[in-house]
Design a protein around this ligand. Structure first.
Ligand SMILES: NC(=O)c1ccc[n+]([C@@H]2O[C@H](COP(=O)([O-])OP(=O)(O)OC[C@H]3O[C@@H](n4cnc5c(N)ncnc54)[C@H](OP(=O)(O)O)[C@@H]3O)[C@@H](O)[C@H]2O)c1
Length: 266
C-alpha cells in the first residue's frame, strides 16, 4: 500500500475545496478523497489529478445524510487505508434578512450543511484517528464566525458554531496527538456568491482588491497542514476587524447601523 498521506476534502467539487484538491493531489504528493454531491465534477477532477501522476478518489456524498457520511469513510478507508487530514469545507450562505429566509431550504439546510455536516463528518472519522493516534482536522469557518453582520444571521450562527466546535474538539483530542485547526477567510471569489441571493440597495460589497482567490485559501490550508493552528484569519489584516469587534463592539454596532442597516432598510 502507498505511503503517501491522504487528505479527505468535503465540498471538493468547486471553489476552495477544488483548488485545495488540485494543490494537494497535483503538487504536494497527497492522495485525495473528493467528497461532494456533484459526481460528474468530482470524476473530472479526479481524472485531472490522476493524469498528472496523482491519486484521487471521487466519493459522491451529501453531508446532510449520516448514512452517506458513514459510506464515505468506509470507502476512503477501504481504498486508501488511512486518512491523515480531514478538511471540513462544504458549505454555503444565504444572505438575506432573517424574515425573508425560507425556513427549510435557507435556514434548516444551512444549519445542516455548515454545522451538523461538519460535526457528523468529524465524528464519523474520529475513531480512525484515535486508533492511529494521528490526524489533523481542519474546519473551514469564515470571518462571519468572528463578527456577526446583518443578513448573515444564519450563516454567522453556523460559522460561530464551527468555531466553538473547533475549539472544544481541539481540547478534547489533543491527548491522542490529533490536531484541530480553524481557517477564517474573508470574501473568496467562488460559486459561493452565486448561491447567496444577496440583494443590496446600496450596492455595498467587498472591493475586488480585498477578495481572495480559492488558490490563496488552498495555499493557506497547506500552511495549516504544515503547522496546525487555532485560528488562521485571511487576509491577515482581517484580524483587526476581529479585534475591533471584540474590544469595541459598541462602535461596530453604531457603524454598521449607520453605514449599512439604515441605508439598506430605511
Ligand atoms: N467564498 C467565500 O467568500 C467564503 C468565505 C469564507 C468562507 N467560505 C467557506 O468556504 C467553504 C467553501 O465555499 P466556496 O467559497 O468554495 O463555495 P462553493 O464554490 O460554492 O463550494 C461549496 C462546496 O460545498 C459543497 N456542498 C454544498 N452542499 C453540500 C452538501 N449537502 N453535501 C456535500 N457537499 C456540499 C458543494 O458541492 P456540491 O454542490 O457538488 O455538493 C461545493 O463543492 C464553505 O464552507 C464556505 O462557507 C467561503
Amino acid at each position: 500500500m502507498s505511503s503517501k498521506p491522504v487528505i479527505l476534502i468535503t465540498g471538493a467539487s468547486s471553489g476552495i475545496g477544488e483548488a485545495t484538491a488540485r494543490l494537494f493531489g497535483m503538487e504536494k504528493g497527497y492522495r485525495v478523497v473528493l467528497a461532494a454531491r456533484r459526481m460528474e465534477r468530482l470524476e473530472a477532477l479526479a481524472e485531472e489529478i490522476r493524469s498528472s501522476g496523482g491519486d484521487a478518489l471521487p466519493a459522491p456524498t451529501d453531508i446532510t445524510q449520516i448514512d452517506q457520511i458513514e459510506k464515505l469513510m468506509e470507502t476512503a478507508l477501504a481504498e486508501y487505508g488511512q486518512v491523515d487530514v480531514l478538511l471540513n469545507n462544504a458549505g454555503f450562505g444565504r444572505l438575506k434578512w432573517l424574515e425573508q429566509l425560507d425556513p427549510r431550504k435557507d435556514i434548516e439546510l444551512q444549519l445542516q450543511v455548515n454545522l451538523s455536516g461538519v460535526i457528523q463528518t468529524t465524528r464519523a472519522l474520529l475513531p480512525h484517528m484515535i486508533e492511529r493516534k494521528l490526524g489533523h482536522i481542519i474546519n473551514m469557518a469564515s470571518v462571519a464566525g468572528l463578527t456577526g453582520t446583518p443578513t448573515y444571521t444564519i450563516y454567522a450562527a453556523t460559522k460561530f458554531g464551527v468555531r466553538g466546535f473547533t475549539e472544544a474538539l481541539r481540547r478534547e483530542v489533543k491527548i491522542w496527538g490529533i490536531d484541530v485547526s480553524g481557517i477564517y477567510p474573508g470574501s473568496v471569489s467562488t460559486e459561493f456568491q452565486q448561491h447567496m441571493g444577496a440583494e443590496r440597495k446600496t450596492g455595498i460589497t467587498t472591493p475586488q482588491f480585498m477578495r481572495l482567490t480559492p488558490q490563496d485559501v488552498a495555499q493557506a490550508v497547506y500552511r495549516v497542514v504544515r503547522r496546525p493552528r487555532r485560528m488562521m484569519i485571511l487576509p491577515w489584516y482581517m484580524r483587526f476587524s476581529y479585534l475591533f469587534n471584540l474590544f469595541l463592539p459598541g462602535v461596530v454596532d453604531y457603524t454598521i447601523h449607520q453605514g449599512f442597516t439604515k441605508r439598506e432598510r430605511g
